[in-house]
Design a binder for this molecule. Sequence first.
Ligand SMILES: O=C(O)CCC(=O)C(=O)O
Ligand SMILES: [Fe+2]
Length: 281
Amino acid sequence: MTLDDHLDEYKRDGYTVFRNYISTEKVKAWRDMMDPEFERLFPQRPEAPRAKIVPLLAHEKLAPLAKEHIQMPLMLDFAEKVMGPFVQLDSFEVSGFPVRDDELKGAVDRWHRDAFHNIETWKTVATMAEQSPRLYTPPLACNCLTYLQDMNEETGPLRVVKGSHLEYVFIDEEDEHKPHPRESFLDLKAGDMVFTHHELLHSGTWNISSEVRYFLSAYVCRIGLPHRDTFDLPAVHEILAEAWANNDRRMLRFFGEDSEFMAREEAAWARMVEEDKAALT
Ligand SMILES: O=C(O)CCC(=O)C(=O)O
Ligand SMILES: [Fe+2]
């Protein structure tokens, strides 16, 4: 599948899947390093649905793997295709979901749209239904979710409402933990990456397998928006030093370094405005 094919699918469905985004060996390396960490983390909050390590780039042992993962060119190539060259890191983390009782098989974690979404802005306004589906607009943020196990009934699939990035479809609070009539389960293998549009309605499913359910989440947003991860970390300083040495502008932007960018964007707007004026008859 080419990046253009991924883009078509993404615009239609609100997400696209990159198969084998990381290798089986890499999945194993992540899991082997994280299992002991999460064995320590889970008992600290036994009732919590999940534990997280964030920011991953600050973690003493995981930083080398994290540094490599966050710089994978394919993610930025595709992010630039869907958002334009506006891509900044918001947060890079791993979530681990402990093993739960069998009675939670198939149970919905919680339907939601991810941060920076705006489709629910006028949720209570009566004219929303007649405007649905709306025009496709590029996302302000995307979640790049790399799953570290095969996803099935036991490990708890990612469920999505396809096309909900274009629709004023809302889920009432009392239905947030119920299956949705239009839901699809994603059929993913360990190492696959799902790249979402921030308006996509989705939920995880509880983990009743015999192992921890993990995903890596690189949440990226438009440059300049507030970001959760600090960039004042040794791993980020190292990435930035290399980016400065190579004049790697997109990597600099990824961590919020942006001296020329706004002026270049304004120049692009000015060009379009001029084209429109010239086209007037
Ligand atoms: O558990 C999952 O598969 C999805 C989690 C999710 O949607 C999130 O962390 O925002
Ligand atoms: Fe989410």
